[in-house]
Design a protein around this ligand. Structure first.
Ligand code: MRU
Length: 316
């Protein structure tokens, strides 16, 4: 994401990795649209985008309350969105320069937090580890470096000789499209796998740990993340494999006592029935398409934040 004077430029994640197209967002409504349609996705990246969206709103003298409400309604689960909007709204004045400088601060802090997460998380990774991950938690999903992928990046640059299994992550395939794109660009050894392959790899002793990101973490450590994360945690526990969540503290929502209170987004069924606009299921197939699930804190061996490695029992 690049702030360019009066516009926000971002790589369109909907068409990666086959096309590298930069979007030019000129109004806050453009940012609302980009978040809704997942041109930008990933909890911290959504928060940063919303902050710049409010900078665009201030630049064009839009109503602060309306812009905040529309941005807040763009997606329901990732709490970073609301955290960033609240942070901008805590500014004393609705004035472009100060909103922009707060948005830039949010972005810079996220990058710094991810580097710290990477450093703390790498201490959990042994030499030659096979790490399984899901969805995309890398530079695209954050201000840079990444959360779970940040741990992987740091461990790789420390020379630990790691190898990654990245789950496809149906229906939107963030793992196959975006994580594979980032890993390949960095020369980190990996294999992409269909989501259903994970348990058999674990049984075969080919996974040393699982690391996922999060979209919202409740006070007791229950963590919402991309659909399928909970099954990975269940599988990891069954096979005695450590399961870690990596996220900045901006992903915590300590106002919620537990994960059942986290709103889970349901998306259009066409995400499942169609691939690249091509129908693959019978017409009118009824679909249940939750975008996230909640992994209970008791299945999480550690939550890695910029502050360090937190072990259960969790009480944030
Ligand atoms: O629906 P998405 O692609 O926005 O979901 C993203 C995830 O679930 C990520 O794992 C999460 O936001 C962490 S990103 C660092």
């Amino acid at each position: 994401m690049i702030w360019d004077g009066t516009v926000l430029r971002m790589l369109d994640q909907r068409v990666l990795p086959t096309q590298e197209e930069w979007l030019e967002l000129k109004t806050y409504q453009d940012v609302v649209d980009a978040i809704k349609t997942m041109a930008v996705r990933g909890a911290p990246a959504i928060g940063v985008a919303a902050a710049y969206g409010l900078a665009l709103a201030a630049l064009h003298d839009a109503d602060r309350t309306i812009a905040s409400k529309e941005l807040a309604a763009s997606r329901p689960t990732a709490v970073n969105l609301f955290w960033a909007i609240d942070r901008i709204n805590a500014l004393p004045a609705w004035e472009f320069e100060s909103v922009l400088s707060e948005a830039k601060a949010i972005e810079a802090e996220d990058l710094a937090m991810n580097h710290a997460i990477g450093r703390h998380g790498a201490s959990l990774i042994s030499a030659g580890a096979n790490i399984l991950t899901v969805c995309n938690t890398g530079s695209l999903a954050t201000a840079g470096h990444g959360t779970a992928l940040g741990v992987i990046r740091t461990a790789h640059s420390d020379g630990k000789g790691i190898h990654v299994y990245t789950c496809e992550t149906r229906p939107r395939q963030q793992g196959l499209r975006l994580t594979a794109y980032e890993l390949a660009n960095e020369g980190i050894p990996f294999h992409s796998i269909a989501d259903g392959v994970a348990a058999s790899l674990m049984r075969a002793g080919k996974v040393d740990c699982v690391i996922a990101g999060a979209d919202r973490i409740a006070a007791n450590g229950d963590a919402a993340n991309k659909i399928g994360t909970y099954s990975l945690a269940v599988q990891a526990r069954h096979h005695g494999i450590p399961f870690y969540i990596a996220a900045p503290t901006s992903t915590f929502d300590v106002s919620l006592a537990h994960g059942d209170l986290i709103p889970i987004e349901e998306r259009d069924g066409t995400e499942l029935t169609h691939i690249e606009g091509v129908q693959i299921a019978p017409s009118r197939t009824p679909v249940y398409n939750p975008a996230f699930d909640v992994t209970p804190g008791e299945l999480i061996d550690a939550i890695i934040t910029e502050k360090g490695v937190h072990r259960p029992p969790f009480a944030f």
